[in-house]
Design a protein around this ligand. Sequence first.
Ligand code: CMC
Length: 391
Amino acid sequence: SGMFTYDPGFVATASCRSAVTYIDGDEGVLLYRGYPIEQLAKHSSFLETSYLLMNGDLPDKAQFAKFEHEVTHHTMMHEAFKSFLHGFRHDAHPMAMLCGMVGSLAAFYHDDLDLEDPEQRRLAAIRLLAKVPTIAAACYRHSIGWPIRYPRNNLEYVDRFLHMMFEVPSGPLELKPVAARALDLLFILHADHEQNASTSTVRLVGSTGANPYACVAAGVAALWGPAHGGANEAVLKMLDEIGRPEDVSKAVARAKDKESGFRLMGFGHRVYKNFDPRATIIREMCHQVLEELGVDDPLLEVAMRLEEAALKDDYFVQRKLYPNVDFYSGIIYKALGIPTEMFTVMFAIARTAGWVSHWLEQQTDPEAKIGRPRQIYTGAASRDYVDLAKR
Ligand code: CMC
């Protein structure tokens, strides 16, 4: 029984060395492989950003063409997935379905998977990036009782996903360019965030040598919670509940009251104590999307008032609580016609790029070992068993 550093929630423990993503929480800086998130948001695409995260550098034209070709040609699901999917009740939460379906990929790609082979590891990462959107869209269509749409490989990543989500046999899908652009941007901003709870989960599972699809399924599970990726869904529910701009101050008062058990969803971050650079970009896109799509959503007004009220309030100022990435993302998803239950699934599609990048990095890290935290024991001292008859 040794003494260990007690660090619940790992606020002061680095669990690995990583070259993927850099965050300076005091300055509001986020870099993927050295590139500022603002520049990637403006100039890159989600697919290119995924290549960057996975490989360390931006691709040249030939590298990108090969990558895009590979991701495009691994988008299909095995037909057996359909019967698996149809086993879920229609009202199953899409995150529950996603978790199960991604985990089941481990059953399809298992026996011939040699984790010592870099090419096979790379292929597993590509498959995940390619198939998660297909699975996600299938979960959505199952939940509303629509037949599954197969991926249209003549389309680009984000367009393909939107088609799988919304296309109906009766006619072509009319997509405003801003829809694909906004979704691509949200995917870029959500693609990675160093050792967050879900990525750390993927690494912990990965540290045991487990199947990569199972690792990512564990990441999906960790993402689901409202303190993490589930916050985007929780934000929209909260804004809906508040309902009117006039009622914002009541919500702020409730969030300050610890007895209420209520927190402002989409506010605060473990690492960002100044502002979340992703929130700044999303806020701007949010206004643009609503304008270009001609959507008049009263919840945007509620959100803006709420942000304003909280940023003026001592409670939030002292605790350095600012809107995070998820505060405005839900309003964009909603404007794109994506239902609330799917918000965290959208986050999962994007974060798959980060999860596989960290998993790949871990597999070649000479210092990596099985993740095995210690504890400070608080239970009973050694005592003798008493027979049931004498208890
Ligand atoms: N509303 C009201 N009070 C809050 C909030 C909030 N959203 N967030 C933190 N606080 C208070 C908290 O009560 C505590 O007060 P005190 O010092 O008086 O006890 C103080 O601020 C510090 O909070 P903490 O819980 O110790 O901070 P943490 O680093 O453990 O938690 C967090 C970070 C993101 C889980 C938390 O801020 C939170 O629950 N936010 C709401 C959920 C949310 O939006 N999550 C998405 C995070 S960003 C997307 C992602 O990465 O998944």
